[in-house]
Design a protein around this ligand. Structure first.
Ligand SMILES: Cc1ncc(COP(=O)(O)O)c(C=O)c1O
Length: 401
């Protein structure tokens, strides 16, 4: 047998986040005390009232195939959420529910991309945008966001990335991995660039919107620039805000024709998502906002603790994140040096691998997110582990020669 695989999968790496988690697991299996700051997953349990809503839905017989684009009850809760929190009104046929935010992106790109179409992604970026784009023949083009600008997207950087072949622009604020936010004034400037490209779709990934700190306000482009709403997919979900990563519920608001095309993709892939998870997500969206606020306050406190600890380490720099639950320290000051275990550090990847192998702290190198030399650390981790991880990082850097 000729064991051939589709061309679209060639050269497609596994996301580095998953690769670092795999290495961490292997070390743990050897009995090492590994602290993992590699995955972007809240350490809180899903709120009890949300779990109870799922229980009741299952007992009430909500166990049959649902409509492909979501149960009427969840779509109504999503419409209320968009209206209440984002100032966006979407009709039922402008809303779609998927298996996590990730499937929203998969559906949207599969429904629209042809070979050679360019997808503009501000860098650093969440690893999946370029990987999913490439699965469908898309070509990622990056708009760099620099540490000097607080990793915020500048309109000039976006304009420089746009070409006649641009099909999509991805906006992700608060950003994974930097936590950078796009406030109203920044979004007006971004919208001005997008107006010059009327045939370009916009993906606004707002999955970390509730996790913003120090009075910074995150905004939705479709609300700030209503003239762009009919070509914008506003993506959100319950994974991050409600500690529901395993329930796999994401959703989108967008123009009717694009939502219909995405429904077509999903109908041929997974169909509608688990009915019980949909009942839970509706309860989360309609539930009290103070739960989300409490979790956000915890992330904010931990972020300060981590940033202060890292800033005290000679050789590391660390911007204070404005949102999400990551820290993105720079390791430029450590490159060219050698670890206690004898590894010469040339790149952030070398740093992350040596830190894991010698100090047993799992992080993800900035190269995975398109901006080096940095590391991404998840602060969605217990305080004791974060403190111990910072102590180990400081010792690891101190031992460099
Ligand atoms: C920026 C961003 N968008 C979307 C997602 C997708 O989340 P989910 O598929 O769990 O809804 C993630 C998860 O890490 C993310 O970081």
């Amino acid at each position: 047998m000729v064991r051939s695989f589709a061309r679209r999968m060639q050269g497609l790496p596994a996301p580095a986040t998953i690769e670092m988690a795999r290495r961490a697991r292997a070390l743990r299996a050897e009995g090492k005390q590994v602290i993992s700051l590699a995955l972007g997953e809240p350490d809180f349990p899903t709120p009890a009232a949300v779990v109870e809503a799922a229980h009741q839905a299952a007992l009430a017989g909500q166990t049959k195939y649902p409509p492909v684009d979501g149960t009427p009850a969840l779509k109504a809760a999503v419409a209320r959420k968009f209206s209440r929190e984002n100032g966006l009104d979407y009709a039922p046929d402008e809303i779609m529910v998927s298996n996590g935010g990730k499937q929203v992106i998969f559906n949207a790109f599969m429904a629209t991309l042809n070979d050679g179409d360019e997808v503009v992604v501000p860098a650093p970026y969440w690893v999946s945008y370029p990987l999913i784009a490439r699965m469908f023949g898309g070509v990622p083009v990056y708009a760099p966001c620099r540490e000097e600008d607080g990793f915020r997207l500048k309109a000039e950087a976006l304009a420089a990335a746009m070409t006649p072949r641009t099909r999509w622009v991805v906006l992700n604020f608060p950003n994974n991995p930097t936590g950078a936010v796009c406030e109203q004034a920044d979004l007006h400037a971004v919208a001005e660039v997008l107006r010059q490209y009327p045939d370009v779709w916009i993906l606004s990934d707002e999955i970390y919107e509730h996790l913003v700190f120090d009075g910074v306000q995150s905004a939705s482009i479709a609300a700030v620039a209503p003239d762009l709403k009919d070509r914008t997919i506003t993506l959100n979900g319950v994974s991050k805000a409600y500690a529901m990563t395993g329930w796999r519920v994401g959703f989108a608001g967008g123009p009717k024709d694009l939502i219909a095309a995405m429904r077509g993709v999903q109908g041929n892939a997974t169909s509608g998502i688990c009915t019980i998870a949909q009942a839970a997500a509706a309860a989360a969206l309609d539930g009290p906002a103070d739960l989300v606020r409490t979790m956000a306050e915890t992330y904010s406190r931990r972020r300060k603790m981590v940033v202060e600890a890292l800033r005290a380490v000679p050789g590391l720099t660390c911007a204070m994140p404005e949102g999400a639950f990551y820290a993105y320290p720079g390791v430029a000051g450590c490159l060219g040096r050698t670890t206690a275990g004898g590894t010469r550090l040339e790149t952030d990847h070398d740093f992350a691998v040596a830190l894991l192998e010698e100090a047993h702290v799992a992080t993800v190198p900035g190269s995975a997110f398109g901006l080096s030399p940095y590391l991404r650390l998840s602060c969605a981790t217990r305080d004791e582990d974060l403190k111990e991880a910072c102590t180990r990082i400081a010792r690891f850097v101190d031992d460099l020669h």
